[in-house]
Design a protein around this ligand. Structure first.
Ligand code: ZN
Length: 230
């Protein structure tokens, strides 16, 4: 059975970037896991402790809407705004997650996704993925080579996507999962960038569809690919 791991800098990035793909993997019977680097405790007006806890609960609900069980979620609780690819402790934790979950397919924010945490998350996870297949750091588990890595888009559209996955069959489930993040809606945050996150996300997948064959698609950059069949 294929194993799939999604890394999200904050709870909701996994849905925004690849929620449709997550639902399709789950439907296909793949073993899907999600690791949240931070709990997004500074992503709203509530007290940080409370907001982080609430967003974790929302992440559980959103994952359920996509067909992913709660015991497949890992909350690493790095500081929101403090993801650091040079932090050896964070690096070690991500390396452990990769070697424990042993994914065949790994989803990360793409390298130029325009948010400090997202770019830092890519750099941190890329560093860990580069090391995961080696025998270095034996205290972080046994070596595992991650054969395929895709970069998803949240805040900065990918200039030249290499993969455009048709998510039309599950687009409503992606929208439903987004709706589980109540702390990130208009009522919770007031006017601001979050106000249009849901519709904007759908517009982006719609745009990706329009640029190909219609419908809705999620776009990815291919960072590593196991093989190409020609
Ligand atoms: Zn984020």
């Amino acid at each position: 059975m294929a194993r799939v791991l999604i890394v999200a800098p904050h709870p909701d990035d996994e849905v925004l970037g690849c929620g449709g793909s997550i639902a399709m993997h789950a439907e296909a019977g793949h073993e899907v896991a999600i690791a949240f680097l931070t709990s997004g405790e500074h992503g709203g007006s509530a007290e940080a402790d409370d907001l982080g806890t609430r967003r974790e609960r929302e992440a559980v609900d959103a994952a359920a809407a996509l067909g992913v069980r709660s015991d497949r979620l890992r909350f690493l609780r790095f500081p929101d705004g403090g993801i650091d690819p040079y932090d050896c402790d964070q690096f070690g934790v991500v390396l452990e997650v990769l070697r424990e979950s042993r994914p065949d397919l790994l989803y990360l924010p793409h390298p130029k996704d325009g948010s400090f945490d997202h770019e830092a998350a890519f750099a941190l996870c890329w560093r860990a993925a580069q090391m995961a297949g080696s025998s270095n750091y034996p205290q972080c588990g046994s070596p595992h080579w991650v054969s395929t890595i895709l970069g998803y888009e949240v805040w900065t559209p990918i200039t030249q996507p290499a993969l455009l996955r048709d998510i039309a069959p599950v687009v409503e489930r992606k929208l439903a999962a987004l709706g589980r993040y109540r702390t990130q809606t208009v009522g919770a945050k007031g006017a601001g960038q979050s106000t249009l996150v849901g519709p904007a996300c759908m517009h982006l997948t719609g745009f990706r569809g329009a640029s190909t064959t219609g419908g809705h698609r999620e776009a990815f950059t291919v960072l590593r690919l196991r093989e190409v069949i020609v």
